[in-house]
Ligand binder design. Structure first.
Ligand code: FES
Ligand code: FES
Length: 155
């Protein structure tokens, strides 16, 4: 066991674990972060997506070794001062989800999209979500929630 430090949702955190442990398990089992989910374990479903140093990363295949010293953001870190991020609020308001299992990864992808492209076209939203699988029937509402958030940025 080695001690590793990283920044998680703006807070410095230290964790004692094997460096080969996948980040997903470190987040969920050691650091109390439950939003990223295990879906495939092979970078094919997007359920485990988080931001590492501002870029989308797959927590299911990234090791703790490779995450040491980085700045990690999960869905828990999107809200500020007790206020949901507009994306989270619009997903709730528009009922953009069914079972919810995919939503953490989708919110991370959408957050990254809006950061780089505040007013995306529908085709750009679907392109940004192409590696996020949703097995429920929520696709249209998910896209509408992202469009609604982009509309707010537009106002
Ligand atoms: S669990 Fe990581 S991409 Fe599916
Ligand atoms: S809402 Fe169920 S998998 Fe997407």
């Amino acid at each position: 066991m080695t001690s590793y430090s990283l920044t998680l949702n703006g807070q410095r955190r230290t964790v004692q674990a094997d460096g080969n442990t996948f980040l997903l398990y470190v987040l969920r089992n050691e650091l109390g972060i439950n939003s990223p989910k295990y879906g495939c374990g092979t970078e094919r479903c997007g359920a485990c997506r988080v931001l590492v140093d501002g870029e989308i990363a797959y927590a299911c295949t990234r090791t703790l070794n490779d995450s040491s010293g980085t700045n990690i953001v999960t869905v828990e870190g999107l809200s500020k001062e007790g206020q949901l991020h507009p994306l989270q609020r619009n997903f709730l308001d528009l009922n953009a989800g069914q079972c919810g299992y995919c939503l953490s990864g989708i919110l991370i992808s959408a957050y990254k999209l809006l950061e780089t492209n505040p007013c995306p076209q529908r085709s750009e939203i679907t392109e940004a979500l192409k590696d996020n699988l949703c097995r429920c029937g929520a696709h249209n509402r998910i896209i509408e929630a992202i469009k609604a958030t982009a509309g707010e940025a537009d106002e």
